[in-house]
Ligand binder design. Structure first.
Ligand SMILES: [Zn+2]
Length: 256
């Protein structure tokens, strides 16, 4: 009798194992977990927004010129070489990409579709070309990541740049850019970052060619010893980019 009992138990266990490893069982588990995700996150985006991140500059600037806007008579260098850290000696294009890749991962984990204008340093993409790249992807927002420099080493703080309201080329994207900047500013300040303000610019090629809303974050001053060191810290970058992502979340949540 005992032998039969053991045999029955073994058959039962094998049977159960087969059921639980079957695809049907796996699909059922997936379905249940999807339902619970939806139930737990009522604010989950039903529409997927797309964002283009443009890490400013590149390994070598390109001093050839391009039009600052469509049909403009003014020309500017295709892409400048950017600034560098007073303490870290790190070139701005490196810092910009470090922070941009963090932002990319944060946004992707929150469900956004992210496009990058560059993911390496050895590229040659002008500011006009970067704007056209985002236009062609028809993204919902462009985030340009930069860092500042000043002759005055005492100057600190982040700045948010947006296309000018009265700009010849950018009035159509002003409202959305400005609204996004407002939320990013709010979230950065709430997370303890000093923000000097939101500034309208009509002279930036990367704004003037943009047909989609755009904000440019100057993360802080690489010409200030402490701020330069802070900005190179992965934890600092993560915290700042999280607050930028929070601002983007708020913008899309409140978008009409
Ligand atoms: Zn820059």
């Amino acid at each position: 009798m005992k032998k039969y009992k053991i045999l029955t138990t073994i058959i039962l266990v094998i049977g159960l194992m087969m059921i639980f490893t079957s695809n049907e069982a796996k699909n059922l588990t997936k379905l249940v977990s999807n339902f619970s995700t939806l139930a737990l996150n009522p604010n989950r985006k039903t529409e997927q927004y797309s964002i283009c991140i443009d890490p400013g500059h590149q390994a070598k600037g390109n001093s050839e010129t391009e039009q600052v806007g469509p049909n403009s008579g003014s020309y500017k260098a295709k892409v400048s070489s950017g600034t560098a850290g007073i303490a870290t000696k790190k070139p701005e294009y490196e810092l910009n990409l470090e922070a941009s890749l963090k932002l990319k991962h944060i946004l992707e984990s929150r469900g956004y579709k992210v496009y990058m204008t560059r993911e390496s340093h050895d590229v040659d993409i002008s500011n006009k070309e970067r704007a056209i790249f985002a236009n062609e992807k028809k993204v919902d927002m462009v985030v340009r990541i930069h860092a500042d420099g000043s002759d005055n080493t005492g100057v600190t703080g982040a700045s948010i740049l947006i296309p000018s309201k009265e700009g010849e080329y950018t009035s159509a994207i002003y409202e959305d850019s400005s609204s996004c900047a407002k939320y990013v500013n709010e979230n950065m300040q709430n997370n303890g970052f000093k923000v000097n303000g939101v500034f309208e610019r009509s002279d930036l090629t990367g704004f003037n060619w943009s047909q989609v809303p755009v904000v440019l974050i100057e993360m802080g001053f690489m010409s200030n010893y402490t701020e330069d060191q802070n900005m190179s810290s992965p934890q600092y970058q993560e915290k700042m980019m999280n607050s930028v992502a929070d601002g983007l979340d708020n913008y899309f949540k409140n978008k009409k």
